[in-house]
Design a protein around this ligand. Structure first.
Ligand SMILES: Nc1ncnc2c1ncn2[C@@H]1O[C@H](COP(=O)(O)OP(=O)(O)OP(=O)(O)O)[C@@H](O)[C@H]1O
Ligand SMILES: [Mg+2]
Ligand SMILES: [Zn+2]
Length: 669
């Protein structure tokens, strides 16, 4: 934020560091309004910066304090009233700290005869113990009209006033400041030109709010004044849905913020200066606030991952929402170390270690929900990159009927998971919903009379009544080792997080052939190529053909936003070039999202799984045994009812759930 009347005597860096010192002092004063040391320092800073408005306020507060107790001698620093003709930017003039200078809003209103002393007293009594602004109270008590208050504020602060009721705000501008932040600070972004953001504020002297928004948006802030009530109404209108339950969100946010469990760094680091500084900066209130805000914002938007990414000249925060990364903000590069350290402290990682990758966890309670963040840091050439995977148990959907199966595939899959033995393999790229499908399968078959054991890396959710084991390669507890020890524990069902090496595959297959149901994942493109993958790994064809029960391939496709979807005329035949086999629908309606608040104007919101399910029939067993080419397996599987990922995806287009573009994006032909 550039001080309104700052003179260019300083380099950007000096100005920045002065600004930061000022912020710190403001925070100290917020906690202890009578800290004269901090006020004096602030006075000096604002004098240097030539920021008359704020200087005036500080001087006012000092004067107020001086009235309470004898004035400390020797304070000859200049005092400039914010009013009157242009005060010199670096004031060294004579002191004009007259007794009786009126600084408080109420006093000034009385002085200008806008209200009476008695009205002021009544309003102040009303205000006691609340957080309501005096101005709002005066308006509410009808001592003052909204218009008069506004023009008074505008004059006092020398900033323009703005009427918000007829203002149409560009959604792009709204996006710069999240609803919760706007609501909490009583501000509303209304216009952006270049890197200047015009911000409507109830109190343009609220340095903390100015700083928070500047901090958040990385833009210079041009404050304009509006009444608190008008801002609240406009905020609710502008942010729509997001704004209407802002009260809830605020309490959630506060709750979340206070419930962030911070695990302190270990003692051994204290004393190394640079680390000490890192920790100090990471503990600074705005850093803590910003980080909490990022976490809560990510949860609220339903993000699955948060990326904090350093680049050569910038720092970027991105959220993965419905599988797609969105840029959320670009905090100033200088905050990079502080933010990264903050996350590391929260995740109980070593903040001194900046050259090796680290993994940790953050537990956050948010609105009675416990949410886990799996944190991973990785040194890149421009600094440490942090990725947080959000594991939200509550939003976990473990119902096979709701994942996106078509009836045929669901029937096949259900049969397989209720078989007494054999191997079921799930394949799909990272983040395609494999674990969710596996957990849903386990959830479906889980009952007290069967023993289910899992080896996972990592264990993402705790499943009731299931023995889950965390794989740890470093101590030799590999998937293969875990599987081996499982077999001594009399399991009925075994879940192996991932089959990525021959040994794991061998033991898994052996288990499947000796009376256990084995569920696992493997990396292949589709179902038919899975057999070939196992053979490539070195498993003999007769073992693969006799163990394999069913293969499932999956992708996640974004759904058309249900809040702004609209139909348009289409033709089933238009899907043929993409591999669709027409079923005689002819003229149909497809759906697309116009874009709205709910979907952040992308037209898409939420995801659905697209499945390809291949039961391993006798015919397919024979093909595997003969080491037949994948193409042949595919042909037979299709003849027996399997529909490809692409075909199942296009079916969802016909059902109006997703779009052709989305299906083409997530499936190969
Ligand atoms: N059928 C589904 N419908 C909607 N969202 C889903 C579905 N399945 C999974 N998701 C969501 O997609 C994200 C990734 O899912 P999941 O962790 O199951 O994928 P994965 O393939 O196991 O990922 P990884 O490769 O990282 O292990 C999660 O946020 C999950 O909630
Ligand atoms: Mg997984
Ligand atoms: Zn929408």
């Amino acid at each position: 934020m550039a001080p309104p009347s700052g003179k260019a005597f300083f380099s950007d860096e000096e100005r920045q560091s002065l600004g930061e010192s000022a912020r710190l002092c403001e925070m100290i004063i917020e906690a202890n309004p009578s800290d004269t040391g901090a006020l004096e320092t602030l006075k000096e800073i604002y004098t240097k910066l030539g920021d008359r408005e704020r200087l005036a306020l500080v001087v006012g507060r000092l004067a107020g304090l001086a009235g309470d107790r004898p004035l400390a001698g020797g304070t000859s620093t200049a005092v400039q009233s914010g009013r009157g003709p242009a005060a010199p930017a670096s004031g060294t003039g004579p002191s004009d700290r007259r007794p009786g200078v009126m600084w408080r809003l109420g006093d000034r209103l009385v002085a200008e005869q806008l209200i009476t002393t008695e009205q002021l007293q009544r309003a102040l009594a009303e205000q006691r113990g609340t957080r309501e602004k005096l101005g709002s109270i005066l308006v509410r008590m009808s001592f003052l009209t909204e218009d008069k208050l506004l023009s008074f504020l505008s004059r006092q602060y020398s900033v323009p006033s703005v009427t918000l009721s007829h203002l149409d705000i560009d959604p792009e501008v709204l996006k710069l400041v999240p609803a919760q932040l706007a609501e909490r600070l009583h501000v509303l972004p209304i216009k952006r030109s270049g890197n200047v953001l015009t911000l409507a504020m109830a109190d343009p002297t609220n340095v903390l709010a100015l700083d928070d928004v500047a901090f958040f948006t990385n833009l210079q802030i041009q404050p304009v004044v509006a009444s608190e009530v008008a801002i609240r109404q406009a905020t609710e209108r502008a942010y729509g849905d997001q704004g209407s339950n802002v009260a809830d969100m605020m309490s959630e946010l506060e709750e979340a913020e206070s419930d962030v469990e911070v695990v302190e760094g270990q003692d051994e680091f204290v004393g190394k200066t640079d680390v000490f500084e890192l920790k100090e900066s990471a503990d600074e209130a705005p850093v803590v606030r910003l980080m909490n805000m990022i976490l809560v914002d990510a949860i609220r938007r339903g993000a699955s991952d948060i990326h904090l990414e350093p680049y050569e000249k910038m720092f970027r925060v991105r959220f993965r929402i419905d599988g797609v990364l969105h840029e959320i903000m670009g905090p100033p590069k200088r905050l990079e170390a502080a933010l990264t350290s903050r996350v590391k402290i929260m995740a109980n990682l070593d903040i001194a270690e900046r050259r090796l990758p680290q993994d940790g966890r953050i537990k956050l309670r948010y609105h009675q929900r416990e949410i886990d963040f799996r944190v991973s840091t990785l040194p890149t050439i421009f600094g440490e990159k942090t990725v947080m995977r959000i594991l939200d148990k509550e939003s976990l959907q473990l119902d096979l009927n709701k994942l996106g199966f078509d009836p045929w595939s669901l029937d096949q899959f259900t049969r397989a998971i209720t078989s007494p033995h054999g191997m079921i393999m799930i394949t799909g790229p990272t983040g395609s919903g494999k674990t969710t499908t596996l957990y849903s399968a386990i959830n479906t078959i889980n009952s007290p009379d069967i023993n289910i054991m899992t080896a996972e890396d990592p264990v993402e959710y705790n499943l009731k009544g299931v023995n889950q084991l965390q794989v740890n390669d470093e101590i030799g507890r590999t998937f293969a080792a875990a599987l081996r020890s499982f077999l001594r524990q009399d399991p009925d069902v075994i879940l192996v997080g991932e089959t990525r090496d021959l040994e794991t595959a061998q033991i898994g297959i052996r288990a499947a052939l000796t009376g256990h149901l084995v569920l696992t994942t493997i990396h292949t493109n589709d179902c038919p190529s899975t057999a070939a993958r196992l053979l490539d790994m070195g498993i003999p064809p007769f073992l693969v053909s006799s163990a394999l029960l069913l293969v499932l391939a999956q992708r996640l496709a974004r759904k058309v936003c249900s809040d702004c979807r609209e139909p348009y005329d289409a033709d089933e035949e238009s899907l043929i070039p993409y591999g669709h086999v027409p079923e005689g629908y002819g003229k149909v309606s497809f759906y697309r999202g116009k874009g709205c608040q709910t979907c952040s104007f992308t037209g898409m919101k939420g995801r659905v799984a697209i499945y390809e399910v291949m039961p391993v029939s006798q015919e397919i067993r024979d093909l595997i045994l003969r080491n037949a080419p994948t193409g042949e397996i595919r042909d037979v599987a299709r003849a027996q009812g399997m529909r490809s990922l692409r075909q199942n995806g296009l079916q969802k287009v016909l059902e109006g759930i997703t779009t052709v573009e989305e299906v083409l994006r997530v499936t190969l032909s």
